[in-house]
Design a protein around this ligand. Structure first.
Ligand SMILES: O=P(O)(O)OP(=O)(O)OP(=O)(O)OC[C@H]1O[C@@H](n2cnc3c(O)ncnc32)[C@H](O)[C@@H]1O
Ligand SMILES: [Mg+2]
Length: 173
C-alpha cells in the first residue's frame, strides 16, 4: 500500500513512517512537497485542520497513492494565551478525510506577541533559540517541554490516531 506524505519536513516524514511501522501490513512511503492552501502561519484550530486536510487530499491526488497524509502546525488564541495547535488528516479516494489533533501547550508571551504582529513561528523559534531549523527537529513543543515531547513525538501520536481511526472505520481487527 502506498502512503503518500504531504511534506518534505523530516520531523513530519519520520513521524508518519514510525506511526505506520508497527503494523503487519506492508507500506511504501513517498513524500511530496504540497501546499496547504491556508496562511503560512495558521492562526486557529479550524485553519490548521483545513491545512492538514488540503495537504492530505493534494498529496493523494498527485501521488496516486492509497492513503494521503497531511500534517499541519499552527497556533490559536485561548483564554490562557496563544497555544500551539497541530492537526493531521488521512485522505483516501473512498471516504471523507479523517482528522486528529495533537498535544497543545501555551507559548511564552514574548513569542506570542511576535506571532500576533505577523511573524512566523519557524523563524521566531530559530531566533529565540539561536539555532537553525528548529521546525525540522524538536520544534517549539520540544524546546518548551524541555525535550520531553518533540515535534516528532507529537505528530507520531497524531499519525497513530489517524491510522487507528481508519482501521476502525474499515473493519480491521
Ligand atoms: O515543510 P512543511 O510541511 O510546511 O513544515 P513546516 O515546518 O513549515 O510546518 P507547518 O507548515 O505545518 O507549520 C506552519 C508554520 O508554523 C511553524 N511551526 C509550526 N510548528 C512549529 C514548531 O513546533 N516549531 C517551529 N515552528 C513551527 C512553521 O515553521 C510554519 O511557519
Ligand atoms: Mg510550512
Amino acid at each position: 500500500m502506498l502512503v503518500a506524505i504531504g511534506t518534505k519536513n523530516p520531523a513530519k516524514v519520520k513521524a508518519v513512517k514510525d506511526g505506520f511501522a508497527q503494523e503487519n501490513a506492508h507500506f511504501i512511503f513517498k513524500s511530496y512537497k504540497t501546499e496547504s492552501d491556508v496562511s503560512e502561519q495558521p492562526f486557529s484550530d479550524e485553519e490548521t485542520a483545513i491545512g492538514a486536510m488540503n495537504r492530505a487530499k493534494c498529496v493523494l491526488a498527485i501521488s496516486g497513492g492509497d492513503i494521503g497524509i497531511g500534517l499541519e502546525g499552527g497556533v490559536m488564541e485561548t483564554p490562557f494565551g496563544l497555544a500551539l495547535t497541530n492537526w493531521g488528516a488521512l485522505a483516501t479516494s473512498t471516504q471523507p478525510p479523517i482528522i486528529a489533533g495533537g498535544e497543545r501547550i501555551i507559548l511564552p508571551e514574548s513569542i506570542a506577541e511576535r506571532l500576533r504582529s505577523g511573524e512566523e513561528l519557524g523563524p521566531v523559534m530559530d531566533d529565540y533559540s539561536q539555532r537553525e531549523g528548529i521546525r525540522h527537529r524538536e520544534g517549539a513543543i520540544g524546546i518548551f517541554s524541555n525535550g520531553k515531547i518533540t515535534r516528532h513525538d507529537m505528530f507520531y501520536h497524531v499519525v497513530r490516531l489517524l491510522l487507528g481511526q481508519w482501521q476502525y472505520q474499515n473493519g480491521f481487527d
